[in-house]
Ligand binder design. Structure first.
Ligand code: AMP
Ligand code: ZN
Length: 141
């Protein structure tokens, strides 16, 4: 538990939150500023700062809960699709530094005004793909 962390507060029950699912290691609650109606956040109960910090078991459990939530968004709210998003680091839009997955329902209608944050269909330079991919493959081998 991190005393300064709002998501630790929701898990502990000392901060308000609309919880939709809970198990031994994870909790899912409504995002107070939803991107679309039904936007849920899934967190590990144990505080981790971000994707680079979270233990693998907590990451797996959080992902499994996100899948359960995604199914409910489709089955109960009639979502036409779902986005799963994690922001790792302030430069990647992270604002709350307790690891969380955004499970965001997508709708084919006016409830949904989201757009892709990058321009689709802009191809990379083939040599650059090989160079960067090669560096990563070496780092990961
Ligand atoms: P991120 O920018 O990826 O760190 O996402 C943080 C998310 O937490 C945002 O979508 C906020 O709307 C949401 N949020 C912040 N405070 C609360 C809170 N007290 N209860 C529920 N959601 C929150
Ligand atoms: Zn926390």
């Amino acid at each position: 538990m991190n005393e300064q962390c709002v998501f630790c507060g929701i898990v502990a029950g000392t901060a308000p939150g609309v919880t939709v699912a809970e198990d031994d290691t994870t909790q899912a609650f409504m995002d107070i500023n939803p991107a679309t109606p039904g936007h849920v956040l899934v967190v590990p109960k144990q505080h981790s700062r971000d994707l680079l910090d979270i233990p693998a078991d907590d990451l797996s459990a959080t992902t499994r809960t996100a899948q359960r939530v995604a199914r409910a968004l489709v089955d109960e709210l009639g979502a036409d699709g779902v986005n799963l998003l994690n922001c790792c680091g302030a430069d990647a839009w992270q604002t709350v530094f307790h690891f969380h997955l955004h499970v965001t329902p997508r709708y084919r209608d006016a409830r949904d005004q989201l757009t892709l944050p990058w321009t689709p269909g802009v191809a990379a330079d083939a040599q650059e793909l090989r160079d960067v991919g090669g560096r990563l493959a070496t780092a990961l081998s």
